[in-house]
Write a protein that binds this ligand. Structure first.
Ligand code: COA
Length: 259
């Protein structure tokens, strides 16, 4: 039996590519599928051969068109809360991953799909990508972090506008408001994301993990400045620090991954 039912996981170059594989349902995210993503992220994070994770959707129409509406249509309040809490854990796993996570958004990123993309460290979209938080049309607020991470990325006014209207926006506007880092032709999307991972993988993995922790601290109850002072100080006792500084002083290139 295949390890995963709703996702494909493969290694390309030095990246782990996770593809949501429910094309016939616009890659809608049922709970089992989300748990599979979490498991795949945890495995990829531990594997030294993976220097980053790319998340995408199967086919050319959807990254993910949201949580699976058919699955939760009959839920009561208790089940709704459990669903949201589980979803938050999955999003947190992506956000707190010590390796870079990139959403390669190749179509609709609506509701939970947009929330999944926002939990990644970077978002690269194809020109046909469409973004939105339509939950308000279903009688719900966003439940996988959409009221929080949208503010972080686009500011309070735009986040409230998108969450309260439930309207869709095109890739160009998403880029303009800072929701996505870049727009790249669909056929070049994966190569572009792989190139980002390749660039980052030449930098210090210790420093990358540190940057992720410090950035997350800014949006948590921790004092981000204190976290940075700690992380900066701790870096001085790492091999990466010795490698990076001695390479600079010897006018050579740092090689942080010796294996
Ligand atoms: N949950 C469950 N099923 C979904 C889904 C979702 N979020 N999004 C799409 N699907 C299913 C459709 O029900 C349809 O299934 P069917 O063929 O068995 O009827 C299939 O995926 C194809 O979707 P369809 O609506 O026919 O495609 P479209 O091209 O006309 O429209 C969307 C695409 C994305 C605009 C539309 O599917 C949509 O609005 N989806 C819901 C978005 C949403 O509200 N997300 C937030 C959920 S909290």
């Amino acid at each position: 039996m295949a390890e995963f039912q709703f996702i494909d996981v493969r290694k390309v170059q030095n990246a782990c590519i996770i593809t949501i594989n429910r094309e016939e349902k616009m890659n809608a995210l049922n709970r089992h599928l989300l748990q599979e993503i979490k498991r795949a992220v945890e495995v990829a994070e531990k594997n030294d051969e993976n220097h980053g994770i790319i998340l995408t959707g199967k086919g050319g129409k959807a990254f993910a068109a949201g949580a699976d509406i058919a699955e939760f249509a009959d839920f009561d309040s208790k089940e709704g809360k459990a669903m949201s809490a589980e979803g938050h854990e999955v999003m947190n796993a992506l956000e707190q991953c010590s390796k870079p996570t990139i959403a390669a958004i190749n179509g609709y990123a609506l509701g939970g799909g947009n929330e999944l993309a926002m939990a990644c460290h970077l978002r690269i979209a194809s020109p046909n990508a469409v973004f939105g938080q339509p939950e308000v049309k279903l009688g719900l607020p966003p439940g996988y972090g959409g009221t929080q991470r949208l503010i972080q990325l686009v500011g309070k006014a735009k986040a409230l506008e998108l969450n309260m209207t439930g309207k869709n926006i095109q890739a160009e506007e998403a880029h303009h408001i800072g929701l996505v880092n870049a727009i790249v032709k669909q056929e070049d999307l994966m190569k572009y994301c792989l190139d980002i991972i390749s660039t980052i993988s030449k930098r210090s993995p210790m420093a990358i993990a540190s940057i992720i922790r410090c950035t997350n601290a800014y949006f948590s109850e921790q004092d981000g400045h204190k976290t940075e002072i700690e992380e900066f100080g701790n870096s001085f006792q790492t091999d990466d620090f010795s490698e990076g500084t001695s390479a600079f002083l010897n006018k050579t290139k740092a090689n942080f991954r010796k294996s």
